[in-house]
Design a protein around this ligand. Structure first.
Ligand SMILES: [Mg+2]
Length: 272
């Protein structure tokens, strides 16, 4: 018995050591930073709540569109949608990063080239409804021009309406900001709905600090659920850039520390 008692702490310490080594967080490595996405990717890929959030957004969008169709408009109606995590589900790329101990945009081009993303729940039904009503659809994404053909192929593979060259607007050297492309569209269309998973899908918030993003959102809050339909994306986005001063390539230890510093725990009376 005494021998067994002596062995238990030794076995436990080996267990703790091996778990620590497998998490890639001691020391902090890019793989460790990626592994911290695990719960958000699990939620996104597996929860009924994530699916429901997409149905909720697209159903709300359809109600808003039905209202807009009854109102007079001097310009033709249009709906503008971001692609990644708004129409297309790219979470397999995030899962691949975790499983393969990779970081940030590793493997992204390969994933996009596969044109294998599926539509998020509710997107196709909404888009078909809008298309039947004669509403113009614009897929507005910051994907690269070199990814234009494969992106179009992906949209067509899913069978989305108006998936053609005229309705896919990617970033160009002359028109990098989404705001510029939105302004251009609004010259010709009455854009009744914007769909996105990132504040920059609605407002000119690219590169702004966390505080500035929150301020811009508060100023525009009346538009959310009205003309702006936002989907949750806990996996990545400008929200995260805001936390780390939009410097994704800084020292890994500093990124880890910035993440930890942004957590707001309660003050426990039983804290050690
Ligand atoms: Mg997106």
């Amino acid at each position: 018995m005494n021998t067994l008692k002596r062995l238990i702490p030794i076995c436990l310490s080996f267990t703790v050591f091996s778990v620590s080594a497998n998490t890639h967080c001691d020391p902090v490595t890019p793989a460790c930073l990626t592994e911290q996405y695990t719960m958000s990717v699990l939620w996104y890929q597996n929860s009924a709540e994530a699916r429901a959030a997409f149905y909720q957004g697209y159903q709300l969008g359809q109600m808003r569109l039905e209202q807009a169709l009854k109102e007079k408009s001097t310009k033709p109606l249009a709906v503008v949608l971001d692609l990644d995590e708004t129409v297309l589900d790219d979470s397999p790329h995030q899962a691949w990063l975790i499983k393969n101990h990779k970081f940030l945009l590793d493997g992204w081009d390969e994933w996009v080239d596969m044109a294998a993303a599926e539509a998020v729940p509710g997107a196709k039904a909404f888009l078909e409804f809008a298309d039947k009503q004669g509403v113009s659809l614009f897929y507005l994404s910051d994907r690269k021009q070199s990814q234009f053909d494969v992106t179009l192929k992906n949209l067509q593979k899913i069978g989305l309406p108006q998936a053609d060259k005229a309705h896919l607007l990617l970033k160009t050297p002359e028109m990098k900001s989404k705001q510029g492309r939105r302004d251009r569209l609004e010259e010709h269309y009455n854009v009744v709905l914007y769909f996105g998973d990132n504040l920059a899908d609605f407002l000119d918030s690219k590169g702004k600090s966390q505080e500035e993003r929150n301020r811009m959102m508060e100023e525009a809050r009346a538009e959310f659920g009205k003309r702006f339909i936002l989907f949750p994306n806990p996996m990545y986005g400008d929200w995260y850039g805001g936390l780390i001063q939009n410097n994704f390539t800084q020292d890994h230890n500093r990124i880890y520390r910035l993440r930890m510093d942004k957590l707001r725990p309660f003050e426990s009376a039983n804290a050690p």
